[in-house]
Design a protein around this ligand. Structure first.
Ligand SMILES: [Zn+2]
Length: 180
């Protein structure tokens, strides 16, 4: 083999050996701060995450519509996507290899219950029949997980926080009674 050919063969062999690490799929996740829906953007890259990489595929986007969006967000709602997390997957997209964290999901406990529990949604629907205003429910769902310093004096936010805590407590009792 002449030296040039040797170099090329060695180069190809090295890239082949390293390809599980140098070709990776990245997932970037976002959450809408106004309806809690999620969006995942997938794209293949060649390079070393996160310093150097070239996209080698188109983006594929998958949207997960939240209950909050379906049940309470206004019809003309436009998403406000906030970066939550990004992860590369090496070994041809099968193996998780670290992550870059944005604001993560910032769902409050009330919203986590609403998104995750049929029972809780039933309880809220019952409260709505008894007069709980759907605008109020929506505001409670999109409350930040923790209030920032400058939000601590916002009487509206404090009111929604208090109301959502009361409802969560009432739900616990209601659930306990139903379970008996
Ligand atoms: Zn949205």
């Amino acid at each position: 083999m002449n030296p040039l050919r040797k170099t090329i063969v060695a180069g190809l062999a090295t890239s082949l050996l390293l390809s599980p690490f140098l070709i990776y799929k990245e997932r970037k996740s976002y959450q809408c701060s106004d309806c809690l829906s999620k969006k995942h953007v997938y794209q293949w890259y060649a390079g070393v995450w996160p310093e150097f990489a070239i996209p080698v595929s188109f983006q594929r986007t998958i949207e997960e519509k939240s209950r909050t969006l379906r049940d309470f967000a206004p019809v003309n709602h436009t998403h406000d996507w906030i970066f939550a997390q990004g992860s590369p997957y090496i070994w041809f997209g099968t193996s998780w290899a670290g992550c870059a964290i944005g604001r993560r999901g910032s769902m409050n406990d009330f919203a986590q219950r609403y998104e995750g529990s049929d029972n809780f949604r039933e309880f809220i629907r019952r409260k709505q029949r008894e007069g709980l205003d759907s605008k109020t429910v929506y505001q409670m769902l999109i409350l930040p997980r923790t209030l920032k310093d400058n939000q601590m004096n916002d009487s509206k936010l404090l009111g929604y926080t208090k109301r959502s805590n009361e409802l969560s407590e009432e739900y616990q009792h209601w659930n306990d009674l139903n379970a008996q």
